[in-house]
Design a protein around this ligand. Structure first.
Ligand code: AMP
Length: 370
């Protein structure tokens, strides 16, 4: 079966690597000539809305999917005229704008931070009266890894934040003093079959995910997260893998955002789960039965940001696995990740301590981990 992927970063690359063993073939569209998926699959170099490229992909592929959600939804609609597209253009549209996304959470009875739209400095003042400080000002579109957002703690922060972000539509949301951040990954197949991964605990620094641990032993929250994921998958007639990120505040989940694709907080599943998120996304969109999502032991995933650690030193840690994305090192860029699967929590803690120091973190930096 031929699969088209729009977007050629590390997520596409890991999809391709998972898909070859299923007997799938790939073509990937990306504007960058050096997109890292090009090392493992044929790359169609072109803009995401390049009609000729989209038509060529639609003619070749039986299904088209995405490695990131900010593809113009018009491009997905062009593809939909000719070929199956999962997730659909409607899902992309709803998840590209934080306002629509939050509206969807509300419709599904999924708690979110209190929020207000902001299109002028006056509206920002009004929004602050509603949301209160501290608050987070975010661009409605195209924000990721903490980009396009500013925390407002005092009235002095208002003017600079407006200067920095005010040229585009914004959303102000209440700052959640969360106890922890978690995410859930869930897949839905073409027949409506669903599968839910164990809850993951995530640690961000500077808006970028650094460390994930799974399974996160909070069964009540896991049930709540699965219930929210089920509502969204069904409401959106979703096909593929969906990730939802939450804050845990006063013991309850508050939805932050969702991603209609495989997700960084699911990379541990490559070695840590019976079926990886990449394989399950492909199984879902290809109309194949979903695989079991059971964790094979306590796992951790560490992102390599800006540079890769010494490969031999990583592989000397029992249970550690090394994933390089084939990307040129650059400050702030995700260039790889490490996964660790251990036989018990003590072994995980010991291995994690060694891996953390290899990527330049200290255990203390992340505080107590569930
Ligand atoms: P986002 O791009 O919305 O996923 O935000 C990146 C990170 O910024 C989140 O994972 C949180 O650590 C932090 N953050 C975003 N929104 C809020 C909020 N409303 N309250 C507290 N922290 C936030």
């Amino acid at each position: 079966m031929n699969i088209g992927i729009v977007g050629g970063g590390q997520l596409a690359r890991m999809l391709v690597l998972a898909g070859y063993s299923l007997g799938l073939q790939f073509q990937v569209l990306d504007p960058a000539t050096d997109a890292c998926v090009g090392q493992v699959a044929p790359l169609l170099q072109g803009e995401y809305d390049d009609q000729n490229r989209l038509n060529a992909m639609a003619d070749w592929a039986e299904v088209v999917t995405f490695d990131f959600e900010n593809v113009p939804s018009a491009a997905a609609r062009i593809l939909e005229e000719k070929v199956k597209v999962h997730p659909s253009s409607g899902v992309l549209w709803a998840t590209q704008d934080r306002l629509y996304e939050k509206g969807l959470f509300w419709e599904m009875d999924i708690p979110t931070p209190v929020f207000a739209t902001v299109d002028s400095l006056e509206e920002l003042q009004e929004a602050i009266a509603k949301v209160n400080l501290p608050a987070v000002l975010k661009t409605r579109r195209l924000g990721y890894d903490g980009k396009g957002q500013q925390v407002l703690r005092t009235p002095e922060d208002i003017e600079p934040a407006w200067q920095a972000l005010g040229s585009v539509p914004l959303l102000l949301e209440g700052f959640i003093p969360f106890e922890r951040e978690v995410s859930v990954l869930a897949a839905r197949g073409r027949t409506g079959e669903m599968a839910f991964y164990p809850l993951v605990e995530n640690h961000h620094r500077g808006g970028i995910l650094r460390l994930s641990r799974a399974p996160c032993p909070l069964p009540e929250l896991e049930q709540e997260a699965w219930d929210y994921a089920r509502r969204l998958l069904e409401r959106l007639h979703y096909v593929g893998l969906l990730a939802i990120e939450f804050f845990v505040h006063e013991g309850r989940l508050i939805a932050n955002e969702m991603a209609p694709r495989v997700h960084n907080s699911g990379h541990w599943t490559i070695e840590g789960a019976e079926t990886s998120q990449f394989e399950n996304h492909l199984r879902a969109i290809a109309g194949l039965p979903l695989g079991a999502t059971t964790a094979l032991g306590p796992c951790a995933m560490l992102n390599c940001i800006g540079s890769l650690p010494d490969r031999a030193a990583v592989l000397a840690v029992p249970g550690a696995h090394y994933h390089a994305y084939g990307k040129a090192p650059r400050p702030g860029r995700k260039v790889g990740h490490l996964t660790l699967r251990a036989k018990d929590h003590d072994a995980l803690a010991e291995g994690l301590r060694r891996l953390l120091s290899l990527v330049g973190y200290s255990v203390e930096e992340f505080g107590p981990i569930c």
